[in-house]
Design a protein around this ligand. Structure first.
Ligand SMILES: [Zn+2]
Length: 105
């Protein structure tokens, strides 16, 4: 991959991580409050989450979204939501059929 591109991704990564840090600083509770991400379907901390249109994305998905936008891989947040459809299904499936596994973490 191009070095310029890698640098770009690194910058995005840092700014997305910073969002989470800022959120926790502003509201320490947000590190413990959880929600279900509209993109990956996982239960994640509120800290670092962002609302895109009608979707609230966790910090991990924000990184995916911002990287995808920056690299021109997608134009709309719906593109990512669509791509993650299988992942969401997997998460829901696991939460129903493998509840014990999820508690091991
Ligand atoms: Zn997510």
């Amino acid at each position: 991959m191009e070095e310029k591109l890698l640098k770009k991704i690194e910058t995005i990564k840092q700014s997305v991580e910073q969002m989470k840090i800022d959120d926790i600083q502003e509201n320490p509770e947000s590190a413990f409050e959880q929600f279900q991400c509209d993109c990956c379907g996982d239960t994640k901390a509120f800290a670092g989450s962002i609302i895109y249109k009608d979707f609230r994305l966790c910090n991990d998905c924000v990184l995916l979204a911002e990287t995808g936008f920056a690299l021109g891989k997608m134009n709309e947040i719906e593109d990512l939501i669509e791509k993650m459809e299988d992942k969401r299904f997997e998460v829901v499936y696991k939460s129903i059929f493998e509840p014990d596994k999820n508690n091991l973490n």
